[in-house]
Design a protein around this ligand. Sequence first.
Ligand code: GUN
Length: 265
Amino acid sequence: MQEIKEYVAKKKLTISHFILENKLKLKLVIVQVNDDPASNSYIKGKLKDLNEVGIEGELIKLPSETTQNELLSLVNKLNKDNSVTGFIVQMPLPNHIDENIIKENISITKDVDGFNLLSKINPATPNGIVTFLKDNQYDFTSKNALVIGRSNIVGKPMAKLLLSLNMNVTVVHSFTKKDDLSYYIKNADLIIVAVGKPNFLTNEFIFKKDAIVFDVGINRIDGHLVGDCEKNLKVSYQSPVPGGVGLLTRLSLLLNLLEVYRNGI
Ligand code: GUN
């Protein structure tokens, strides 16, 4: 497996050459309705990536008191705005706004997150992991995938995507018993862990020697970022945190924007 940092840097160079050669004028709008420190930091990273590859990025930051109807009006305006290639609404949203209603109203022609259920775009994190594996010639067919976590942003779309690649997919969650978890882990070729708990996966579990683990967790402990896995699991590959899945997710946003652009022409 390639180093994720190097892989992402190369892919970004290819994207920026492609945009330059084809003189593309692309614009991504990010809508934020919170002042969550984690969201602020993700958005900062996304805007930096856009700038690096030559895509215009605009952040529309709304106060937390914004009503659902006000946000829906903005979504509808962006759906119709020809100067906007695509847009995302940063999650989480304040509790008084129904995320599903917002997602359903993002036009599939602008839905860079792949949040609309009718969208053909794969959500950023699952898409980033699968693109990386494909580029590393990973053979998915008939292997056992274990997805730990069932969130709408990672777990569920991850499982769906791996199924479409002919893997045997198991999804476990906070109600799964530890003995069962051990059993599934022992038999897994590919493990995606997205539970948001430091040291959730440790060497107390028995892994297949050639197992591959992608750690989606981003937990802050005393100002440090750690994933959901203990370092140096006894597996053949474990993605680092930081510098792992987060970078693949950010790359995926750029790839998805290009796909939305291509679908629209
Ligand atoms: N919040 C955490 N991850 C994501 C993501 O991939 N897209 C959006 N819109 N919000 C997020």
